[in-house]
Design a protein around this ligand. Structure first.
Ligand code: DSN
Length: 410
């Protein structure tokens, strides 16, 4: 039907399906959802307006929507052992915005990780609302080790007395000590916001410590390691329940995306299974192998390794920029993203690094032995960047290899 009515969009969709099938996706923030999540997100729940919360809606006809949202909230609380959950944020950015708007006034001080070290746009970057509205100051990773230096963070916090401390990262490949962040926040009487967008799945599987018992606020997306639909989530202590809920609606959002909330509920249920725990373990194992294989081939990794689902490669010793690396790899069907390295001399549009992660390829069923092949193709591509005949051969191999793995996991 779609093919007949709108061949233009239909054909683009076919092409995107082929692209996803025939490439190796190493972007750590991407994943592929289960058939169940895909189905419910494409369901008639998309038709319903439901501004408000269960039993307190501005629209009639919400009896089933109420059931879905209640289940999603209950499952999120159970999964993360949280006192309260709000499942309505459309994205991680809106989740962070709701937290800031709940407890900060314009001009208040935020202390967060700088973007080169792995912080996110919404952690106070100047061009983002968080940097425009608030006085953002930053901590970085240690220049020599690429690791968080908690003593240094403590010093900055004591000197600057921020109103909120933000921890959590989009490209830090090591364990984050949330307890230490909590101690620092308490010392300076700051709120603690832990943004676990990247590591939420790992936390569920106990492969990374959880910040939930420490931080007043925990925000996340639901589509990265958590492998749910594209969306956001806020977990908070019950004392902040009213503030957070009323900041999401009517504060910064209108009607919730009910079809996405239903998808979140299904994804949370999936995340409670043994299969999910096994999947998370495989992500981390794959990531370590891929990282080690690249190191063996002379690649410099920020912090010299990984404890989680991602790592950042410093490409300077290979004499290419992040942008060039991303393009070269994309040309053979390996999808990565250029990424700032700590203290990067190059701007974010070019960068000196690329970020690599394994959530997506692990969802497709790739295992440790496949990581060796992928590392070899990455290296061969970068080494032979001017030899079109070799690149052509790699492109063919990547395509054949990738197409054997499903893009619709059960
Ligand atoms: N864009 C996400 C990522 O790639 O990490 C963060 O929002």
């Amino acid at each position: 039907m779609m093919k007949k009515f709108d061949p233009e969009i239909y054909n683009i969709l076919r092409k995107e399906i082929e692209r996803q099938r025939n490439t190796i996706d190493l972007i750590p923030s991407e994943n592929i959802v289960s058939k169940n999540v895909l189905k419910i997100v494409g369901s008639i729940f998309t038709n319903k307006y439901a501004e408000g919360y269960p039993n307190k809606r501005y629209y009639g006809g919400c009896e089933y929507v109420d059931m879905v949202e209640r289940i999603a909230v209950e499952r999120a609380c159970k999964l993360f052992n949280s006192e309260h959950a709000n499942v309505q944020p459309h994205s991680g950015s809106q989740a962070n915005m709701a937290v800031y708007f709940s407890v900060l006034k314009p001009g208040d001080k935020i202390l967060a990780m700088d973007i080169g070290s792995g912080g996110h746009l919404t952690h106070g970057v100047k061009v983002n609302f968080s940097g425009m509205l608030y006085n953002a100051i930053f901590y970085s990773v240690d220049r020599d080790t690429g690791l968080l230096n908690y003593e240094n963070i403590r010093k900055i916090a004591n000197r600057e007395k921020p109103k909120i401390i933000v921890c959590g990262s989009s490209s830090y490949s090591r364990i984050i000590d949330f307890e230490k962040f909590y101690q620092i926040a308490k010392e300076v009487n700051a709120y603690l916001l832990a943004d676990i967008a990247h590591i939420a799945g790992l936390i569920v599987a106990n492969l990374h410590p959880s910040p939930v018992k420490y931080a007043e606020f925990v925000t996340s997306t639901t589509h990265k390691t958590l492998r749910g639909p594209r969306g956001g989530l806020i977990l908070c202590k019950k004392d902040f329940k009213e503030k957070i809920d009323s900041m999401i609606i009517p504060g910064i959002q209108g009607g919730p995306l009910v079809h996405v909330i239903a998808g979140k509920a299904v994804a949370f249920k999936e995340a409670m299974t043994k299969k999910f725990i096994k999947y998370q373990n495989q992500i981390v194992e794959n990531c370590k192998v891929l990282c080690d294989e690249l190191k063996k081939r002379g690649y410099k990794i920020i912090s010299d390794g990984t404890d989680n689902h991602l790592f950042v490669v410093d490409l300077r010793n290979k004499n290419i920029t992040g942008l060039e690396g991303q393009k070269l790899l994309e040309n053979v069907g390996i999808i990565t993203n250029k990424n700032l390295i700590p203290f990067d001399p190059l701007p974010p549009s070019i960068t000196s690094g690329i970020r690599i992660g394994t959530p997506c390829i692990t969802s497709r069923g790739m295992k440790k032995s496949d990581m060796v092949k992928i590392a070899e193709w990455i290296d061969e591509t970068i080494k032979n960047r001017e030899k079109e005949n070799i690149l052509k051969d790699i492109r063919k191999k990547v395509r054949r290899f990738a197409s054997e793995f499903p893009i619709y996991p059960e």
